[in-house]
Design a protein around this ligand. Structure first.
Ligand SMILES: N[C@@H](CCC(=O)N[C@@H](CS)C(=O)NCC(=O)O)C(=O)O
Length: 198
């Protein structure tokens, strides 16, 4: 298995999941123009990361699909409940929430901030999204309670961006959750990967 990766990007989710699982993998860093080259465009039609190359040589893109598939391949890691279980349904729920509600509010706000646009309406859209996470995590430590799952990998990324960029700034269950996620050894190892310097 090989992960095509760009440090500091959404592909860190896939790397974090690989590290949680502990199975062997190769890492291919794509920091530059190679992402738009023919070879990578055959792996990902938009020339993006992450891409996971499977043992049969085929490629999967979209970070959520990659993380869920990795959890499926390694059920012993406990990152996803069994097929048909309520636990799995809740992982799906929070995984879709990460991409629709969380990314769908945090990233437009970040883009508007970069463009110097008015942020009030966009910040307002994020308020109930944060409240939903806060309510669930006040019972934590993870979204599914005691069990850390792929849902936590997928939700903590955009939530962390919301804190780092200043969309939200508060102590309490959300910050504690991000601190717990950041302290996981697998996440520390994934975040430590850097593009080698000149
Ligand atoms: N929805 C995709 C988004 C992929 C994406 O936008 N990747 C960015 C990194 S965060 C990328 O490859 N950017 C570099 C580029 O477009 O050249 C996913 O979750 O995998």
């Amino acid at each position: 298995m090989r992960l095509y990766h760009l440090p500091g990007s959404r592909s860190t989710r896939a790397l974090w999941t690989l590290e949680e699982i502990g199975a062997p993998y190769e890492l291919a860093l794509l920091p530059g123009d190679e992402r738009r080259g023919e070879e990578h465009l055959r792996r990902h039609p938009l020339g993006r990361v992450p891409v996971l190359e499977l043992d049969d040589g085929r490629h999967v893109f979209e970070s959520g699909a990659i993380c869920l598939h990795l959890a499926d391949l390694h059920p012993d890691a406990g990152l996803l409940g069994p097929v048909g279980s309520t636990e799995r349904a809740l992982v799906y729920q929070w995984a879709f929430f990460a991409f629709s509600e969380l990314e769908g509010t945090v990233f437009p706000w970040m883009r508007a901030k970069r463009a110097g646009q008015d942020l009030d309406a966009l910040a307002e859209r994020f308020t109930p999204v944060a409240a939903a996470l806060r309510a669930t995590l006040s019972e934590g430590p993870w979204l599914l309670g005691d069990r850390f799952t792929v849902a936590d990998v997928l939700c903590s990324g955009p939530l962390g961006a919301a804190f780092r960029r200043g969309l939200i700034d508060e102590d309490g269950p959300l910050r504690d959750y991000l601190d717990r996620a950041a302290a996981r050894p697998a996440n520390v190892r994934a975040e430590a990967v850097r593009v080698p310097g000149p």
